[in-house]
Write a new protein. Sequence first.
Length: 132
Amino acid sequence: VVEGPVTRAADIPTESHDLPYTATTEDLTEGVKTLTKYYFSPNGTSFTVSGTVEPAGNMNNKSRYAEIYLYEVGSNEVIDTHDIEQFVDETTFTHTFKNLSSNKNYYFALKNSTSYMFPWDNFWISASFTIS
């Protein structure tokens, strides 16, 4: 688990948390995915995820891409994804993951899907999003 103001984990979560929950990450490098620190049970059959993503690193005037993944606890397969539109500045997003089971638990991952650039500039991202 990353220490400090960041609420993310490197491993599949083993603890649950009540909703709403706000996840944050800073300086997520290109091609890297980070998981929520906890797993969640939906209130009903959906989760709404809303928040902001912004450029970090030394190339803050260049486009970035990000994706949010939804996983079911006990499965390594992605249940659903949401692509965050290309951004250069801080941008907001909202997405509802639907048709879920209220009897199952789920966790999320955020991926910096920006392609690696030569000569290895820092196309990092920072993000904060609330799951409800």
